[in-house]
Design a protein around this ligand. Sequence first.
Ligand SMILES: *Cc1c(COP(=O)(O)O)cnc(C)c1O
Length: 384
Amino acid sequence: MHPDTRMVHIEAPALTGSTPLAVPIYQTSSFSFDDPELMADGMHRPDGAYVYSRFANPTVRALESAVADLEGGVAAIAASSGMGAITMLLHGLLGTGDHVIAQHSVYGGTHALLADLAKRYGVQVTRVDGRDPEEVRAALTPRTKVLYLETIANPTAHISDLPALAPVARAAGVLTVVDNTFATPIFCRPIEHGADVVVHSATKFLGGHSDVTGGLAVFADADLHQRIWAHAVEFGAVADPFAAWLTIRGLHTLGLRMERHAANVARVAAWLATHPAVSQVTCPGPGAAKHITGFPSAFCFDLAGGYTAGVRLMSRLRVIRAAPSLGGTQTLMLHPASTSHRQLTPEQLRESHISPGTIRIAVGIEHPDDLVADLEQALDFAGS
Ligand SMILES: *Cc1c(COP(=O)(O)O)cnc(C)c1O
């Protein structure tokens, strides 16, 4: 054959007798076949042969299997972001005129998605506090399809009573969907407490290094996975092999990182509560809920000096970085009133449980002495 042909037909060598220690990146869009039957089969079921990477890809599958296993589910679908997973799932579960019962306090993107589903498809949404099974029972209608909760809500750290609420939904034939981004399967496995689907922003703790955007939906039931997989293939917001590979690399240290995050949070939260410039620390501690065995590294504290103190504090950080997001190795801080929530009126800020002096901190895995020293010099400046 001519060089022009040979240079485009470079084959991946078949492995004989050895296995790669790390999951390889299968950076390929398609797979070739000798057997047309096998190709057709892979196009119609999630566990058939690999055909096309929007349907399934071995690197992405390794991530899906690992997270499904950690969460105690049967299978998972990896998406291009946390919102990609949530949007793909809710579009797959809901139709025009269906009804959702959702916790008041949910991630901003999820809030916006529910509002969009309401406007676009007439999906009715009833908000509940998330702690009272009677409130859920009273909200049920014949069109209710989904109960939507967050294990530990972003940004309020509000904890839903999943073990009490899920049985009410199940008895009514309603699926319980839980966003477990904050707790991770290290601190809570919602399927063990009655959830049907668990969603994640893998951008946060699962990836864990602020270098990848990704999401997952994990299923307790194989039939539901099969149904949503068919929809995910059409929806197309699937994970890319390299993003999946980075997330797998992050997963190796999830347990170690969560342990260190939790130890650092305990130290930083307790220290903050003693500083005169800090008026309040909102950080759920051990014992806040039986089904959660550890607490997230993101929490809020309020400055006595209000808005001005918030701006001064953020301008003085030396180790801690001013940035949104959470779940990475580095400690990040955000002053919502001057950044993410700048356009809100004082009234709307109050409704979001944010005061002009609220600071959101996502504690990383640095040495806690360095974090406390940085906070001390910045708070002394902010409070002066
Ligand atoms: C960040 C986040 C999301 C959205 O994830 P992306 O990866 O940014 O799309 C969803 N839920 C929670 C709780 C989050 O913190």
